[in-house]
Write a protein that binds this ligand. Structure first.
Ligand SMILES: Cc1cc2nc3c(=O)[nH]c(=O)nc-3n(C[C@H](O)[C@H](O)[C@H](O)COP(=O)(O)OP(=O)(O)OC[C@H]3O[C@@H](n4cnc5c(N)ncnc54)[C@H](O)[C@@H]3O)c2cc1C
Length: 313
């Protein structure tokens, strides 16, 4: 182990393949992958990286990530220790319509969290049915869609800032916007959400309805990172790609889904390079036909491909 991490070697793996940690199943290794056991330990790692001029990446479930085939030269933080996956449910003795505050760790699996809130008859998260991720990644991305977004229920976010210090951020400081936030390099550690007591049968019905609609219009069971592009104002990125004649198009193992044209699916033997090439083709075709620049919603890790993307965009 590199001497810089000798005091933290038990929580750090070297050259860890990120393909194992992304829903695309693509991407080369992280130079270091660290799994801190507390907020304080996360802060120490961030601070050490600042001192040593090492770039920090934060990994959730990897459901919105495209990692280049060469991997990343930096330290990837993964908050999957159980200390970051706890959810504190308050006692529910209020009336229908009353608000409750739930405190959860950033590593909490969103699917389980949503299911548990539905089971308890708490409304507010059912609109996120079918969106894979950790709570931290969901907040960073302000994930959501037609049925709501996480910003609707977040009340406070605790982060480790660039200097390694723990800070509580107000909603204004979090700065939610469409599929984004102003969190920048802050590491989300804990989130307070405000949910509403409702009739459990009704919350469950809404959840099932949303889940069923999504499973018909998205290739949920295939390796992807969700929607690749943001919807340009007034347009649907999926429809533009379809109108450009690219639905079902493939480059190598990367394939524009037949189910939803804004999803690229990684087929057997795909590389991140294939996905980047397909992204470049889509961007140039949509720009040529409709004079619209498609902006990436997926986050790209790795310098080499970020450059090649700029050159094709
Ligand atoms: C099948 C499928 C369907 C999807 N459907 C939707 C959808 O309907 N709506 C939608 O919005 N998205 C959707 N997505 C995309 C994805 O689910 C969301 O973007 C989600 O927020 C990703 O969370 P994650 O934990 O996997 O984050 P990651 O992919 O691991 O990371 C995404 C970004 O968040 C940052 N991040 C992760 N954790 C933290 C943290 N603790 N602190 C600070 N930054 C952090 C990362 O550094 C990165 O910049 C879908 C993806 C898939 C595969």
């Amino acid at each position: 182990m590199d001497h810089r991490w000798s005091d933290m070697s038990e929580i750090i793996a070297e050259q860890e393949p990120l393909a194992l940690h992304t829903t695309f199943g693509l991407g080369g290794p992280a130079r270091w992958l660290a799994a801190p056991r507390s907020v304080e330990e996360a802060g120490r790692l961030v601070d050490r990286c600042r001192e040593e001029d090492i770039r920090v990446y934060v990994l959730g479930l990897g459901a919105n990530l495209l990692v280049c085939d060469d991997g990343v030269d930096g330290l990837v933080l993964r908050l999957n220790h159980h200390a970051f996956r706890q959810v504190e449910w308050p006692p529910l003795d209020g009336l229908r319509g009353s608000k409750v505050v739930v405190t959860a760790g950033a590593g909490a699996d969103m699917h389980r969290f949503v299911l548990e809130s539905v089971r308890r008859g708490l409304a507010g998260l059912e609109g996120l049915a079918g969106i894979p991720g950790t709570l931290g990644g969901i907040v960073r991305m302000n994930a959501g869609g037609r049925w709501g977004q996480i910003a609707d229920v977040v009340r406070e976010v605790t982060v480790v800032d660039e200097g390694g210090r723990s800070r509580r951020l107000t909603l204004e400081e979090v700065g939610f916007s469409y599929r984004s936030s102003r969190l920048g390099k802050a590491v989300v550690c804990e989130v307070k959400l405000e949910l509403t007591m409702d009739d459990p049968a009704q919350v469950r019905r809404r959840f099932m309805d949303i889940w069923s609609q999504k499973s018909h219009v998205q290739p949920l069971g295939q390796p992807s990172a969700g929607c690749v592009f943001k919807n340009p104002p007034g347009h649907s990125a999926g429809r533009l790609i379809e109108q450009a004649g690219l639905k079902g198009h493939s480059i190598g193992g990367a394939h524009v889904s037949h189910v939803h044209a804004n999803f690229i699916v990684a087929q057997e033997g795909a590389t991140a390079g294939d996905v980047f090439a397909l992204i470049g083709l889509i961007q140039s075709e949509v720009a040529r036909r409709f004079a619209i620049e498609l902006e990436l919603e997926v986050k790209v890790w790795g310098r080499r491909h970020a450059r090649s993307l700029e050159s094709v965009a």
